[in-house]
Ligand binder design. Structure first.
Ligand code: ADP
Ligand code: ADP
Length: 228
């Protein structure tokens, strides 16, 4: 597949702290890459660079051939809305909107008509097995259901890349396994994934490649055989 993500010599400093110390990494279309490593080794910083939420001190990041360093703040905001989907440990849903509106909003923010956005949102909720929860607020949903809503939201704009930061970190083991199966299914229909996690089971189940970080650097890399 073509290169979806390219980090080239990425260094990131926060004051005296060196969070990333020369990271180079390529992710190709269709891969599911899990980044693992101890707390504080720079995983979230790397994810934020790829998401266009933060900029490197040195080096470059490109996604789908677009050099993020060439985008101004408005350009980065558009990039985030149109090109990537993100899911988080704690879901980051809007508490005062029902599930369907949480999902539909992602497309409305890109200028899609409300009726059209709601139609696609409902299709996605249906594919993820939670159409019946469409009118419920996040507080009334289980953790696993909330993460499914978050996945639906992340897929709304057909992102080139789905980014996940500890997507099972707040879930019990049953819900966690359901979310793992969902991520694996998405990858098997072609969705490129970049997952940051502490969870070896998540990496083993979902990832086609494991990248190991320590002290802001890539210290190991290997392909994984997934049980189909
Ligand atoms: P991980 O996700 O692997 O736990 P992080 O990327 O969160 O690691 O952090 C890497 C290093 O950068 C840590 O030392 C952390 O304290 C520091 N760091 C991360 N974000 C910031 C920030 N916004 N300001 C200052 N230091 C930060
Ligand atoms: P189409 O453009 O043919 O309507 P879909 O809506 O089925 O295609 O999916 C568009 C893209 O959204 C897929 O290529 C895939 O990258 C991503 N996607 C991943 N999982 C799903 C899913 N469960 N439902 C819809 N889209 C998904």
């Amino acid at each position: 597949g073509q290169v979806v993500v390219r980090l080239d010599g990425v260094r990131k400093e926060y004051g005296e702290t060196v969070a990333l110390d020369g990271v180079s990494l390529e992710i190709r279309a269709g891969e599911a890459v899990a980044v693992m490593g101890p707390s504080g080794c720079g995983k979230s910083t790397m994810l934020n660079m790829v998401a266009g939420l933060d900029r490197p001190t040195e080096g470059s990041v490109s996604v789908n051939g677009e050099d993020l360093g060439r985008l101004d703040e408005t350009g980065l905001a558009l990039f985030r809305r149109h090109r990537i989907g993100m899911i988080f440990q704690f879901f980051n849903l809007l508490d005062d909107l029902p599930a369907l509106d949480n999902v539909a909003l992602a497309a409305q923010l890109t200028g899609v008509r409300a009726s059209q956005a709601r139609k696609r949102a409902l299709e996605l909720l249906d594919e993820l097995g939670i159409a019946g929860r469409r009118d419920m607020y996040p507080s009334a949903l289980s953790g696993g259901e909330r993460q499914r809503v978050a996945v639906a939201r992340a897929l709304m704009n057909r992102p080139a890349l789905l980014l996940a930061d500890e997507p099972t970190g707040a879930l019990d083991s049953v819900a966690g396994e359901q979310v793992m199966d969902l991520l694996l299914d998405l990858n098997q229909i072609g969705q490129t994934l970049l997952i940051v996690t502490h969870d070896p089971q998540l990496a083993a189940r979902c990832a086609s490649r494991l990248v190991e970080f320590a002290d802001g650097r890539v210290v190991g890399e290997r392909s994984l055989e997934r049980a189909a």
